[in-house]
Design a protein around this ligand. Sequence first.
Ligand SMILES: NC(=O)c1ccc[n+]([C@@H]2O[C@H](COP(=O)([O-])OP(=O)(O)OC[C@H]3O[C@@H](n4cnc5c(N)ncnc54)[C@H](OP(=O)(O)O)[C@@H]3O)[C@@H](O)[C@H]2O)c1
Length: 266
Amino acid sequence: MYKPKALVTGASRGIGHEIAKSLVQEGYEVFGTSRHPDSLSETNKIPGVNFLKMDLLLPKTIDAVIAQLGSLDLLINNAGYSQIGSVEEITFDRIQEIFDANLFSQIRLIKGFIPKMREKQQGVIINITSMAGTNPMPFSTIYAASKAAFDKFTQGLRNELAKYHIMVIAIAPLYANTSITQNLDYNKDSPYRVEIEKARASRRRQLTNSVHPKVIAKQVMKILKLKHPKYHYTTGKNAKLMGFFMRYMPQKFIEKMIRKRFELNY
Ligand SMILES: NC(=O)c1ccc[n+]([C@@H]2O[C@H](COP(=O)([O-])OP(=O)(O)OC[C@H]3O[C@@H](n4cnc5c(N)ncnc54)[C@H](OP(=O)(O)O)[C@@H]3O)[C@@H](O)[C@H]2O)c1
């Protein structure tokens, strides 16, 4: 029996790990990526998932995955990471690195798989973006900008590929309880240190109090079964409520709410 072929980037832990596990249960032939596929612990491995080496910051490893797999039925662009710090202090090299990791490497991967999907006139591309893209958290501005761009890229690409029956979807989690990497882009003597540390502690609490990543995976499986999925879904605890606020509440109210949430008293 034909098993649809899926690739989940960043399947060693967190959201990608749960998505890859669920896809195996749904009968997909699943490939996952990690920077260290040969030294994964037993908890990072998944029975039935073949791990390939891929580093978002090393384009050669992305091209090697494309060459090795050739064609795909489902691509889940999940791997990525966050950062915390001020725009004033972050170096331009780091900004470029964050965009490489959260946007350009995903575009590279997508471009690599489009030709075969177009020839077969079928395929699904799911991009894990973030609600930070529509609702930037304080002092995570570069991460938010990279995710906002990824969201809009998804929307644009969808119109290009619809003719070839290739479905492109953005799934934007609010929070999931993972150990997501948050690179620190500030110094001890930073003029923003107090606010950054408050925002950081608040973010840590919100991550801890959020849903298990399997909740996100469950929603991805539901979306995969829809005949006509939308371009954009939010997911996670209170994600719908937050989406509603962002759309309908006055901007001043939203700004106040966000600063209060991150304990920024100004
Ligand atoms: N957790 C949240 O609250 C949240 C909210 C909104 C959006 N998201 C998005 O959801 C996605 C997954 O996040 P998560 O919370 O599940 O993170 P996570 O637990 O840190 O998992 C990240 C995965 O990506 C891989 N990865 C990290 N850096 C990489 C790099 N430079 N090159 C290649 N692979 C790399 C890791 O694999 P290896 O370390 O094995 O290489 C790991 O499998 C990210 O795109 C994130 O922005 C998360």
